[in-house]
Design a protein around this ligand. Structure first.
Ligand SMILES: NC(=O)c1ccc[n+]([C@@H]2O[C@H](COP(=O)([O-])OP(=O)(O)OC[C@H]3O[C@@H](n4cnc5c(N)ncnc54)[C@H](O)[C@@H]3O)[C@@H](O)[C@H]2O)c1
Length: 382
C-alpha cells in the first residue's frame, strides 16, 4: 500500500525521544496503514545525546544542538518534542509558529500561563495540528473501557477513579533530578509530571470537575545532588484530587491521584469506572487483565476477569495471545497522531492523543488544586 511519509524532527533526545524513535523503527509492526513517520532531523542542546539517533536511525540527515535550525528545515513536516517543562512554552510555540505539526509531551507548559501562550500560538496557526502525548489509554484493557464509555455501557456513573503512581522516589538516596525543581518542572510537581496521563480519558468524555479539594504532600524533603551534597526537593511528591463532576444527565465523584511515592508501584496507571449497569477496572500492574462486572437489577454481582487479547487500536502483526507493553502503547499512540494528522475526523479509529482544549482543562484543574492546598478549601473550577 502506498504510504504518505510524514517527515519528523525530534527535539529532546533523552528518555522519551529515544522511545519514539524506536517506535518509528518498528512501524512494520502495524498493518494496513497508509501513512508512516520518517525521522529526518534530531536536536538536543547536549549534542552527544543525538549520537544514539545517528547510530540507530538511518533516515536522520540533520543533528543539531539548535532547535531553530531544525525548525528552519523545509523538509520537516512535524515535530515530536520531549524537553523539560520549563522549555515547553518557548519551544512548542516556536514549533507551531514555524508551521510544523506538533506532538508535544505533557504537561504542555510548566503552568497555566505557559499553556495559554502555547494555545494562543496554536489558535493563530489553525493549519498546524497540535496534540499532547498520552499513550497509556492504548493498552487493550484501557481501550476496551474507553469503548464502553463511548457506548454509554456503564449506565449511571457511580464513581470514576484514576491514577498514575510511581515509587522510585521512595528511595531517599535517589539523586535529585529536574522533576524536583520548581524552576524546571513547575509548581504542579507530580501533577504536571503525571496528571495529563490521568486526565486524558475523563476529559475526552466531558467529565469536567466543578470543584476540587486537593491533598498534596511533600515527603522526601532533600536528596543528594550529583556531587553528593544534599539539595532541597521543591515539588509536590503526591497529589489526591477529589472532584465532583456534573453533566447534563448525571453527577458523580471523581478521584484523580498522581504519586511519585506510592510504595511498590513501578509505573501503575489505572482507571476504575463504577456504574449502575457496568463496572470495570484496568491497571498496568496487571496489564493483560480487565476486570468488569455487568449488572442487571436483582442479578448476581459477579466480577469477571479476562486476559485481554492483543487487540490494539491499530492492527498489528502480534498474535492475539501475546502480551501488550509500554512500547506497544507508544507505537499505537504515534499511529493515532499520524492517523489524525493524515485523515482528520476520518481517522481509522476514534481515540486520539490529548487535544489542546483537554490539556488546557488539566491546567485549570491543577491550578485550582494548588489553590485548594494553599487554602485548605474546596475550590470552584471556572
Ligand atoms: N509520555 C510519557 O510517558 C513520558 C515519560 C517521561 C517523560 N515524559 C515527558 O517528556 C519530556 C522530557 O522528559 P524526558 O524524561 O525525556 O527527559 P530527559 O531529561 O530524559 O530528556 C530531555 C532532553 O531534552 C534535552 N534538552 C534540554 N533543553 C533542550 C533544548 N533547548 N533544545 C533541545 N533539547 C534540549 C536534554 O538535553 C535532554 O536530553 C517532559 O515533558 C516529560 O514530562 C513523558
Amino acid at each position: 500500500m502506498a504510504k504518505r511519509e510524514i517527515r519528523f524532527g525530534v527535539i529532546g533526545c533523552g528518555l522519551m525521544g529515544r522511545e519514539f524513535a524506536s517506535a518509528a523503527a518498528r512501524w512494520c509492526h502495524l498493518l494496513d496503514l497508509d501513512f508512516a513517520p520518517r525521522i529526518e532531523a534530531v536536536c538536543d542542546v547536549f549534542l552527544p545525546a543525538t549520537e544514539w539517533f545517528k547510530d540507530n536511525v538511518p533516515s536522520v540527515r540533520l543533528a543539531t544542538s539548535d532547535y531553530t535550525e531544525l525548525l528552519a528545515d523545509d523538509g520537516i513536516d512535524a515535530v515530536y518534542c520531549a524537553v523539560p517543562h520549563n522549555l515547553h512554552e518557548q519551544v512548542y510555540s516556536d514549533i507551531i509558529r514555524s508551521g510544523k505539526h506538533l506532538l508535544g509531551e505533557k504537561p504542555f507548559g510548566i503552568d497555566k500561563p505557559a499553556n495559554q501562550a502555547i494555545l494562543r500560538a496554536a489558535r493563530e496557526h489553525p493549519d498546524v495540528f497540535v496534540r499532547c502525548s498520552s499513550q497509556l489509554p492504548f493498552f487493550p484493557g484501557a481501550y476496551r473501557i474507553i469503548q464502553w464509555l463511548r457506548e454509554g455501557r456503564f449506565g449511571k456513573i457511580i464513581e470514576y477513579e484514576a491514577g498514575f503512581w510511581h515509587s522510585s522516589d521512595l528511595n531517599p538516596l535517589k539523586q535529585i533530578n529536574w522533576k524536583r525543581k520548581v524552576e524546571l518542572n513547575g509548581e504542579y510537581g507530580c501533577m504536571g509530571d503525571l496528571g495529563m496521563h490521568v486526565y486524558h480519558v475523563p476529559s475526552r468524555f466531558g467529565f469536567k470537575p466543578r470543584h476540587v479539594r486537593a491533598l498534596l504532600s511533600k515527603i522526601v524533603e532533600e536528596r543528594p545532588d550529583r556531587d553528593g551534597n544534599m539539595a532541597p526537593c521543591e515539588t509536590w511528591d503526591n497529589a489526591i484530587l477529589a472532584c465532583d463532576v456534573k453533566m447534563a444527565d448525571q453527577e458523580f465523584p471523581m478521584t484523580l491521584s498522581t504519586k511519585r511515592i506510592a510504595p511498590g508501584h513501578g509505573n501503575t496507571w489505572f482507571v476504575r469506572v463504577y456504574g449502575t449497569e457496568l463496572s470495570a477496572e484496568f491497571t498496568t500492574q496487571n496489564p493483560k487483565q480487565l476486570r468488569f462486572m455487568p449488572y442487571k437489577p436483582g442479578g448476581e454481582q459477579e466480577w469477571r476477569v479476562v486476559d485481554m487479547p492483543y487487540e490494539s487500536a491499530y492492527k498489528a502483526i502480534t498474535g492475539s495471545i501475546f502480551e501488550f507493553g509500554f512500547s506497544d502503547a507508544i507505537l499505537q499512540m504515534w499511529a493515532a497522531f499520524c492517523d489524525e494528522l493524515t485523515h482528520g475526523p476520518d481517522m481509522r479509529q476514534p481515540f486520539g492523543c490529548a487535544r489542546p482544549e483537554e490539556v488546557a482543562d488539566s491546567h485549570t484543574l491543577f491550578t485550582a488544586a494548588l489553590e485548594s492546598q494553599r487554602t485548605a478549601r474546596t475550590v470552584a473550577i471556572a
